[in-house]
Design a protein around this ligand. Structure first.
Ligand SMILES: [Mg+2]
Length: 347
């Protein structure tokens, strides 16, 4: 601080000079360390770095220039201001002193007032530098804290997004079969609908129903019924996974499969594969009126999504086709024909 006591190191080979300077500065309240040896001065400064150094040039063994060079080459003392105080008043010496890193230059014989003023000025500058450094550090600390807070906010946001996604997944998944539920089905279908209406591509829907499922439940119990639902969901998923990820439990024993990008022949083949697979698994169903084992009925419909129509149109069509398959004796599929909108062609 400008007027607060500082520690000052005095280096001069003339004892009288040292004493005079020391007493002058001690009156101002500064703590003084003095030495006639450049070597000793270097050691003092390393052990206890002063706030300011007053340095003579003409000294035996080690000149003030050499001492200054050493101060400026050490990390501990490099920033301590050095004022030369010397009888050498030639310009070349002044220039050399400043080139070596000195901050000021006082000519002997010195005026006391001048020494005090120059010392005070340098101590003030030093104090201001320290204040600036402290402010800078505080600022950097503040910036660091803010960045950490920002990272924390981003992490929290990500956690919230993840939780929201997990909740959404939970809300759109059927607990028993782990495929999409009705809500998931409607959401995903709406997405596909919007996408395909841009490309004018047909969207296919298969509605698939377990034949005489109520009778199966009554005969074998609800736990067995649940196992059948899980199995059928798994078979459907394994058969269609190459084509679509939109397989859903549409109702109690009814499943929906939404597919695009393949033709009707491929879809009929797919339906046959599912039907065959379930048939070959051979789940005994003694209460079925159509077979000795569990069977499925399918209704297939397609539509080219457009703003005039809605996904419900496609669902209605597939539902009609499924109804027809049931009417046709079950364990089969039926296709809704657009041309004869009121007629459902039986397979
Ligand atoms: Mg001297």
């Amino acid at each position: 601080m400008p007027n607060s006591p500082a520690s000052i190191l005095l280096i001069d080979d003339t004892l009288e000079n040292l004493q005079l300077l020391a007493s002058l500065l001690e009156i101002e309240g500064h703590r003084i360390k003095r030495t006639t040896s450049g070597m000793m001065a270097l050691q003092y400064a390393q052990l206890e770095p002063p706030d300011l150094i007053l340095l003579d040039i003409n000294m035996p063994k080690m000149s003030g220039f050499e001492v200054c060079r050493e101060f400026k080459s050490s990390g501990i003392t490099v920033d301590i201001p050095v004022i030369f105080i010397t009888a050498l008043d030639q310009m070349e010496n002044k220039i050399k002193a400043f080139e070596l890193g000195a901050i000021d230059y006082i000519i002997k014989p010195f005026q006391e007032k001048e020494v005090l003023l120059r010392v005070k000025t340098q101590l003030t500058i030093q104090a201001q530098k320290r204040q600036l450094l402290a402010k800078n550090q505080a600022l950097e600390e503040e910036i660091k804290k803010r960045k950490e807070a920002e990272i924390e906010i981003v992490n929290l946001n990500n956690q919230l997004k993840y939780q929201a996604l997990a909740l959404e997944k939970l809300a759109t998944t059927d607990f028993l079969t782990q495929i999409a539920n009705r809500r998931g089905f409607e959401q995903l279908m709406q997405k596909q609908w919007e996408q395909l209406s841009l490309n004018c591509m047909p969207l296919f829907l298969i509605l698939c129903d377990i034949d005489y499922f109520k009778q199966y439940n009554d005969h074998y119990g609800h736990l067995a019924g649940d196992e059948v639902l899980i199995l059928v969901a798994e078979v459907i998923r394994s058969q269609v996974e190459l084509f679509t990820d939109l397989v859903a439990r549409y109702g109690g024993e009814e499943f929906g499969i939404v597919i695009s990008g393949i033709n009707q022949e491929q879809i009929i083949e797919l339906i046959e594969n599912i039907r065959q697979k379930i048939y070959l698994i051979n789940i005994t169903h003694e209460s079925s009126s159509v077979s000795d084992r569990l069977t499925l009925s399918f209704g297939l419909a397609s539509i080219i999504p457009s703003p005039e129509a809605t996904p419900q149109c496609l669902i209605n069509r597939a539902d009609k086709a499924l109804y027809q398959a049931k009417a046709n004796g079950r364990n089969c599929y039926s296709i809704y024909q657009v041309i004869h909108s009121s007629v459902i062609e039986q397979n």
